[in-house]
Design a protein around this ligand. Structure first.
Ligand SMILES: [Zn+2]
Length: 230
């Protein structure tokens, strides 16, 4: 695991990327990283991700108790803690409200079709969770059902959560989800979405093994339904 200082710098850099790329507005979004068996660093509440600094970050334990930091931890800390408890391979969680992906969550459409090969290889499907009230146990509970099988999630009428072995890899997944949502939105507007065939999907899975991609196997609705787009 990288040094704590490096991880803090990484979180700040990702926050600024999220804000200046329009993936969050105002004080929305939160980012965290695991820094030991029982501690995580998390962004504070009520602070724009565009102006966040290393000294603003808060350290909490896995029970949500503050260890250090002058600000309060993000109100969504329960969701972050649930991820670290359920997935030992995950060291970072990113949450944002990117417009296209959030629009899919509002429309009730998960991103579960195998459309872009690169996304199938590295990200897999993005399921849609049930609606949950902010800042309550409802949010982690809505995510829990999907947490072992996926690395990215659409939160119903809310936004996106992505996870990874590093802050940067979790953030890259966020960018990928938003890009995928934008491409599918545009293709739907063009009137046609061609999904990959079962054979094309299987070739990608072979490649995935050869390239050593880790994490849950990509899942999609289309292959389960013999690659027929519903
Ligand atoms: Zn949110």
């Amino acid at each position: 695991m990288s040094s704590i200082f490096y991880i803090k710098k990484e979180i700040v850099e990702v926050c600024k990327q999220m804000y200046f790329r329009g993936l969050v507005s105002a004080t929305d979004g939160n980012v965290s990283a695991r820094i030991g068996e029982k501690e995580i660093i998390i962004t504070p509440s009520n602070k724009s991700k565009g102006s966040i600094e290393v000294q603003d970050l808060v350290v909490i334990d896995l029970d949500g108790k503050k260890i250090s930091g002058s600000l309060q931890p993000s109100g969504e800390y329960r969701m972050h803690l649930m991820v670290y408890k359920e997935r030992e391979d995950v060291n970072a969680v990113v949450h944002a409200h990117p417009p296209y992906a959030t629009a899919f969550s509002v429309a009730g459409i998960p991103l579960m079709e195998c459309v872009l090969p690169e996304v199938v290889l590295s990200l897999g499907g993005v399921p849609l969770t049930e609606y949950a009230t902010l800042y309550t146990e409802e949010l982690p509970n809505s995510l829990k059902k999907y947490i072992t099988d996926f690395n990215a999630f659409l939160l119903k009428n809310h936004g996106v959560v992505t996870i990874g072995s590093t802050v940067t890899s979790a953030y890259h997944r966020l960018e990928k989800v938003e890009h995928l949502a934008q491409v599918i939105y545009l293709a739907r507007n063009l009137g046609k979405v061609d999904v990959l065939s079962k054979q094309q999907f299987e070739s990608l899975m072979k490649l995935r093994e050869e390239l050593g991609f880790k994490g849950p196997l990509p899942q999609c609705n289309t292959c389960e339904k013999s690659c027929v787009l519903k």
